[in-house]
Design a protein around this ligand. Structure first.
Ligand code: KIV
Ligand code: ZN
Length: 386
């Protein structure tokens, strides 16, 4: 059976940008949007046009700039929001309006002081109104993660009947476990008429560190679009990280999914987003953290030097990193020391290495990392480079 495509919906510029401290100006948004288009994402959620004149202008400018991806604008389920999005998206080659409303009892009661029937009515009206401007309308059932499945299916049925082309099932609070989220998608597949004719989208938050796992569970159970951000930035603990889902599909061919992402650009996009937003990437972040391909314990280093695959499941070149790094610390062994010395022009015999290694350990115990300059000093005491 041939692999099926998972569409990548990037919301770095909307769910990501709404994080405190991550605000971007128009020029910065355009720079990231151009790179996302080059990266190969299927959809760029460019912003929430009604939220501010600046965001409206940015969505408008991105619509003019982007040539390949669908450009999407977020709205609430009301006419003003939808009109604003439609206007902001007017120049897009492929425009999409993303409208929706909270469907969990918590949202219906506390946010809207409303009831289920009225929520369905608003959802249907919003989709139908958005449809009068664009063909491609995505509906989000906010807090679907905590919405009971029978009511969620009813909402999704009605919005599909009203013309939604994509149905987004957000786990807004990052509450679901992967098997629950997967079962939710399967429930919709089994209980909503016409669902096979629309795209089911996963939108997962990371409050329990499960955003990527939940998105994968969604895909396995029938979703064909994943909403994600570069470096997993987003509200609170963030969203599904784009680089993670893409590499999961790349490394696990048995899942039989592929994306159109140029994985060799992932590190570049991570750095650009981090620098532009001033949002530091934790060193141990999967795929794009500075330690993702760094080895520092002697046992691991020895393995990697003999064969990279002993401790690496991804070839660093596949995500745009030149090579793995062997970091010298007091936990490093002789083979790592010899490897690093060779890298700077010092070939050592076994006997020489025994002597150098003891001196190396003394330096290593006195600092966090032994760097090239330390090695050169050490070797200058010992002998000149060959
Ligand atoms: O998390 C969420 O529910 C959202 C929607 C607005 C799509 O970001
Ligand atoms: Zn979200």
């Amino acid at each position: 059976m041939s692999a099926e495509k998972i569409q990548i919906f990037d919301t770095t510029l909307r769910d990501g940008e709404q994080v405190p401290g991550c605000k971007l100006n128009k020029k910065q948004k355009l720079e990231i949007a151009a790179k996302l288009d080059e990266l190969g994402v299927d959809v760029i959620e460019a912003g929430f046009p009604i939220s501010s004149p600046g965001d409206f202008e940015a969505v408008n400018a991105i619509s003019k700039l982007v040539k390949n991806a669908t450009v999407c604008g977020l709205t609430r389920a009301n006419k003003k929001d939808i009109e604003s999005a439609a206007k902001a998206l007017q120049y897009a080659v492929k425009p999409r309006i993303h409208t929706g409303i909270g469907t969990s009892d918590s949202h219906i009661i506390h946010k809207f002081n409303s009831n289920r029937d009225a929520i369905i009515e608003r959802a249907v009206e919003a989709v139908a109104y958005a449809k009068s401007f664009v063909d491609d309308v995505e509906f989000y059932a906010e807090d679907a993660g905590r919405t009971d499945n029978a009511f969620l299916a009813q909402v999704i049925q009605e919005v599909i009947n009203a013309g939604a082309t994509v149905v987004n099932i957000p786990d807004t609070t990052g509450y679901c476990l992967p098997h629950e989220y997967g079962a939710k998608i399967k429930y919709l597949k089994d209980n909503v008429i016409g669902i096979d004719d629309v795209v089911i989208s996963c939108h997962n938050h990371n409050d329990l560190g499960l955003a990527t796992a939940n998105a994968i569970a969604g895909a396995v159970n029938g979703a064909r679009q994943i909403e994600c951000t570069i470096n997993g930035i987003g509200e609170r603990a963030g969203n599904t990280a784009l680089e993670e889902v893409v590499m999961v599909f790349n490394q696990h061919k048995e899942l039989n999914f592929y994306t159109d992402i140029n994985t060799q650009m992932l590190t570049e996009l991570s750095q650009l987003t981090s620098e532009t937003m001033g949002m530091f990437v934790q060193p141990n972040k999967a795929i794009v953290g500075s330690n993702a391909f760094a080895h520092s314990s002697g046992i691991h280093q020895d393995g990697v030097i003999k064969n990279r695959e002993t401790y690496e499941i991804i070839n660093p070149a596949d995500v745009g990193v030149n090579e793995s790094s062997i970091i010298l610390t007091a936990r490093s062994g002789r083979s790592a020391l010899a490897y690093r010395l060779k890298g700077i022009g010092f070939d050592t015999t076994k006997n020489e290495l025994d002597v150098i290694y003891n001196q190396f350990l003394e330096i290593a115990d006195s600092k966090k990392e032994v760097v090239k300059e330390d090695l050169i000093r050490l070797m200058n005491q010992f002998r000149q480079p060959s």
